[in-house]
Write a protein that binds this ligand. Structure first.
Ligand SMILES: O=c1[nH]c(=O)n([C@H]2C[C@H](O)[C@@H](COP(=O)(O)O)O2)cc1CO
Ligand SMILES: [Zn+2]
Length: 169
């Protein structure tokens, strides 16, 4: 690790990369075999006020509800799964979210876009836009545009962050 003339460590995470990494770490809790999404809500003081990932509602078993993508609607995950952005909002503390930013691994769907707008979040920072061009994402973009919510895709400083969980080795 290099140092500046003051001895300050360099190579530390930027705020953007840090908050996105928190979102991605949260996504590692997801049981979805196809798409793991995490979201992290940050206020104007750069405090994290809510984190979430995609999963079934509390009390609804990860082991009995389906994780499939295809088949009869009720036999897929889609009617049951709570999206990461919704969970991040619902997991946030008592303060209001007006003026906050949300960092999310995936560009929000139209249902999450409504929630994001209605709680007063003003900025969406996303990594993947793999569903760009779908009606859901087109509706999200239309609503974000009209509501004045700024969306930007994060270009991280590096493609990986490695974290050691043990002291040695
Ligand atoms: O913004 C989102 N946030 C979010 O948590 N999700 C979740 C719902 C599903 O569990 C998963 C998407 O599944 P799939 O890519 O297999 O269709 O990601 C999906 C989106 C975008 O659709
Ligand atoms: Zn959503």
């Amino acid at each position: 690790m290099t140092e500046t003339s003051t001895g300050k460590r360099t190579g530390y995470l930027s705020w953007d990369d840090y908050f996105m990494a928190v979102a991605l770490l949260s996504a590692q809790r997801s049981k979805d075999p196809n798409t793991q999404v995490g979201a992290c809500i940050v206020n104007a003081q750069k405090h994290i006020v809510g984190v979430g990932y995609n999963g079934f509602p509390t009390g609804c078993s990860d082991d009995t509800l389906p994780w499939c993508r295809e088949g009869a609607f009720l036999d897929t995950k889609y009617p049951y799964v709570c999206h990461a952005e919704l969970n991040a909002v619902l997991n946030s503390g008592p303060g209001n979210l007006t003026g906050c930013s949300i960092y999310t691994a995936l560009f929000p769907c139209n249902e999450c876009a409504k929630v994001i707008i209605q709680v007063g979040i003003r900025e969406v920072v996303f990594l993947s836009d793999k569903y760009a061009g779908t009606d859901s994402v087109r509706a999200s973009r239309r609503m974000f545009d009209q509501a004045g919510v700024v969306c930007r895709q994060l270009i991280p400083a590096s493609s990986t962050i490695s974290i050691r969980l043990t002291e040695n080795g």
